[in-house]
Write a protein that binds this ligand. Sequence first.
Ligand SMILES: *Cc1c(COP(=O)(O)O)cnc(C)c1O
Length: 369
Amino acid sequence: MTAPTREAVIDRGAIEHNVRTLRAATGTREFIAVVKADGYGHGAVTAARAALAGGATRLGVADLAEALQLRAAGIDRPVVAWLHGPGADFAPALAEGIELGLATVDQLRRAAAQAGERAAVVHLKFETGLGRGGAAPADWTALLDEAARLEREGRIRVDGLFSHLSGASRDDDLAQLRVFEDAIAGAARAGLAPRIRHLAATGAAIDIPETRLDAVRVGLGIYGLSPFEGRSSASLGLRPAMTLRAPIAAVRRVREGHGASYGYTYRAPRDTTFALVPLGYADGVPRQASNAGPVRIRGRRFRVAGRVAMDQLIVDVGDTAVEVGDQAVLFGDPVTGAPSATDWADAAGTINYEIVTRIGARVTRTVTS
Ligand SMILES: *Cc1c(COP(=O)(O)O)cnc(C)c1O
């Protein structure tokens, strides 16, 4: 069998380790592992299984379809899905025991109406400052009263209350926590007794203990990446789980002044060697990182030469003896000498979340343990 042309090697053991590490560090009763967006590009089912093995008690996703994908793969542990289009059909998810994050009276009523034998398990979402989804303070009472009524009828069960932080600053996050505490008090007054209150994603889960409550909802950290500028994965005890690499497809000796890729934004500064790497922006390699993104070949670090194209990019490897078939590593665990996803994010003017999440469908996921 020939090696895949483009490969993201996913280290299951790293995800398991990261969950175990973060679970120990946060000490919450529950740990919700977030595996939306195909497990941040790592493969949702792979990530979910590894997270559960590491001690996650629930899984979190945005869309109902993402939750159903986990069930279809045979994962029967609690899954909560929290982002729904207008008029979303909850019935298939409820039939599979998917828990719903809901924010409006209309959603609650539809979930109650679509619940079968089992009551729909619901997490009520509150807007505490981020400006995205969630019930606004003015709407809490109506939402909580309706939830309590439907719960008494046995149509729904309110298991959770949640909100999401901006991460703007510690003070901003603590201000959101105080607003969330008002929502929690309102739920008690309405006669609801939800078991898990959850607020913190990776950043707050690590840095702001007050926000941990009954459960943390951790995405980025379980994949071994740091949400903090200037703080590495290793400094948090985390191991990046994805290595993006491809075998060099062509090697070309060129004269000084030879252009590289579209627009000749790079020209060989001397006689040199161009190595062609079959990864491009269709695979999620950001074109913004043209002439900047780091690539490791034969134990040495180079940079992309010229523009990243749709399917490929060029690396100027100088006089290094590089051969077709040598592995070019774009990013991985820096402890191994590889560049990091964060290095690529810096080169592209974005965040590591976006780097791993956008790795395309054409890239083979190879799972290792
Ligand atoms: C994506 C998401 C998370 C996970 O965030 P990380 O920063 O990756 O840990 C948690 N909660 C909600 C509501 C999300 O949308």
